[in-house]
Design a protein around this ligand. Structure first.
Ligand code: 2DT
Ligand code: MG
Length: 220
């Protein structure tokens, strides 16, 4: 089926803790959108392919150490280096499904609980990045994540860290402002098809509204 002409593509982010099923759900969502005639591309952060992405990857694999503020700013820069590309794709009618974005960015850094690195501090360098049309938060109890086979060996894949990250994510909802209105919580503790169904129930509506010209401006 040829893709329909659209006003612009939608920018959808999928967020969640490690093992919440983000990669699986991003793939299923892209396949469904494509099958229904949308132009769609999957992207994700950190994008480990750029020179900065390689530094981030090395940090996450515990091969290099870095100051917590410095690594935060590298994650942010890794988004800025793709910001114009994101805008261009959307303007050309591609709907982007993005695995993690600045919501992970601020929450993982703030979960380190440094006196000098608050959520507000972490948010500042992200200001001005393309704002998504919707952020699907795949919520999973770290207890359930452990039952799914547990974590890998990367930097933040520790139970205590995951608990703090989850609390901060859920805290964003009550904080008011952009983050709380962007986030849509999905229970990721049920079966793969049920999670996909909940995601589709929201994203299908948003994508059709955006592509149909009902939500004109991409925010920032
Ligand atoms: P993946 O497991 O999805 O590859 O993520 N992270 C991610 C941050 O600390 N800041 C960020 O801005 C982003 C995008 C979350 C690798 C880890 O990196 C964390 C998990
Ligand atoms: Mg991971």
């Amino acid at each position: 089926e040829p893709a329909k002409p659209v006003s612009r593509g939608a920018f959808i982010v999928v967020e969640g803790l490690d093992r919440a099923g983000k990669s699986t759900q991003v793939k299923k969502l892209c396949d469904r959108l494509y099958a229904e005639g949308h132009n769609v591309k999957a992207i994700g952060f950190p994008d480990r392919t750029s020179p900065i992405g390689k530094m981030i990857s090395s940090y996450l694999k515990c091969q290099t150490e870095m100051d917590d503020h410095a690594i935060h700013l590298l994650f942010t820069t890794n988004r800025w280096e793709k910001a114009q590309w994101v805008k261009d794709q959307i303007a050309h009618g591609y709907t982007l499904i993005c695995d993690r974005y600045y919501y992970s960015g601020i929450v993982y850094s703030a979960a380190k609980r440094l006196p000098s690195l608050s959520l507000a501090w972490a948010r500042q360098p992200e200001v001005g990045l393309p704002r998504p049309d919707r952020v699907m938060f795949l919520d999973l109890d770290p207890e359930a994540a452990v039952k799914r086979g547990g974590y890998g060996d990367e930097k933040y894949e520790k139970r205590e860290m995951q608990e703090r990250v989850r609390a901060l994510f859920l805290g964003l909802l009550g904080r008011g402002g952009e983050e709380s209105s962007d986030l849509f919580v999905v229970d990721a503790g049920v079966g793969v098809e049920d999670v996909a169904g909940s995601i589709w129930g929201e994203v299908g509506k948003v994508v059709n509204a955006v592509e149909g010209g009902k939500w004109l401006e991409l925010g920032s």
